[in-house]
Design a binder for this molecule. Sequence first.
Ligand code: G4P
Ligand code: NA
Ligand code: NA
Length: 194
Amino acid sequence: MQLLKQKIKDEGTVLNDQVLKVDSFLNHQIDPVLMQEIGREFAYRFKNEEITKILTLESSGIAPSVMTGLFLGVPVVFARKRKSLTLTENLLTANVYSFTKQEENPIAVSGSHLKNSDCVLIIDDFLANGQAAKGLMEITKQSGAKLAGIGIVIEKAFQDGGSELRDLGVKVESLARISSLANREVSFTEEVTV
Ligand code: G4P
Ligand code: NA
Ligand code: NA
């Protein structure tokens, strides 16, 4: 997605070989016009999958998910990372290992919002090692819903998550795929256009 790649080039900061900071439009301040285009693009890429629900993880997955839900005309459910006072019954849970924090954290969704009749599109802001995506897949599995695929805003293709998910046979659509962050520079993977 050209608009997104240009935004990353213009406003992204490479913190080190592993981490890209995109706080001005995705992770802290949010650019609604860009999010709208991201939503339009995900909706287009998954238009034939008969999606009934979008599943994401708080907090940075919510903005692109809501825009996609708007275009597809389906609700968005976000998994919570912190315990909720009201979210107590019928919980679907998974543990997500964080490489950055070196700890496992539980995520949870109420079974009232995810049914075995649902067809789920998982969306997240970043794909690195794939731990968050795997946790969301586990929750989808527990609900009995069908998984249509995974939409990722920025994939760091030099980390293992993307290839592991695709090896499982999951349809993974990433709007920007970064091949390297070496030398404080963002390089994108070549895209095959037909
Ligand atoms: P993984 O799920 O693919 O295994 O990712 P990992 O554990 O490495 O990432 C933990 C957090 O860091 C996630 O956000 C993820 O989106 C984010 N992250 C991973 N790589 C990058 C990166 O290069 N740049 C930025 N900006 N973020 C990255 P989170 O803790 O769930 O936070 P939130 O922003 O969704 O609240
Ligand atoms: Na995230
Ligand atoms: Na994040």
